[in-house]
Design a protein. Structure first.
Length: 171
């Protein structure tokens, strides 16, 4: 909901906040919702056109799908909340100049419950990979300290580099 500033004017939402609220409304149900249903659920005096514009933007980003087989103008999420969060984490690692250092910092900030879950997920010797294979442009894969790994490049995967566990001037 949008509050009021000291002068009685409506305060603006932070960038992406309304998109997050719309996605949350869609994740909270098992059926596609119309803009009017989302507008009603969000409250806060949002105009129908505002909700419709946000849905169009989310559709253009591939985050929601128009329901082709049901009610006209209804939308459903293209990904669940966990998939979207994992994608954002993957993209953050892909952008980091040192993805391993960023991942290390992330893991050090986990609470005990999250750390336990991560340890359980990573238990065993086999790496947990996407069954469809590596994503072009994704972060490099490596195992342990040292060895060869495949690094992403502007043209996709294929650059082989030595991984020593330390950041070097070349890589």
């Amino acid at each position: 909901m949008v509050g009021r500033d000291p002068h009685g004017r409506a305060e603006r939402r932070a960038a992406g906040e309304l998109e997050s609220e719309v996605l949350s409304a869609l994740w909270a149900t098992d059926r596609p919702l119309t803009p009017a249903e989302i507008q009603s659920g969000l409250g806060g005096g949002l105009a129908y056109n505002t909700v419709h514009t946000i849905l169009k933007r989310l559709h253009d980003k591939g985050l929601v799908l128009r329901d082709a087989g049901g009610r006209r103008g209804a939308y459903r999420p293209a990904k669940n909340a966990a998939e979207l969060a994992a994608e954002a984490m993957r993209e953050a690692l892909d952008r980091a100049p040192d993805p391993i250092a960023a991942l290390r910092q992330f893991v050090m900030g986990l609470n005990p419950e999250e750390e336990t879950a991560l340890r359980e997920l990573l238990g065993g010797d086999e790496p947990r990979r996407n069954p469809e294979g590596p994503r072009p442009g994704g972060a490099a894969h490596h195992h342990g300290r040292g060895g060869t790994w495949i690094a992403p490049s502007r043209r996709g995967w294929g650059t082989r580099r030595q991984y020593t566990g330390r950041r070097t001037a070349a890589g």
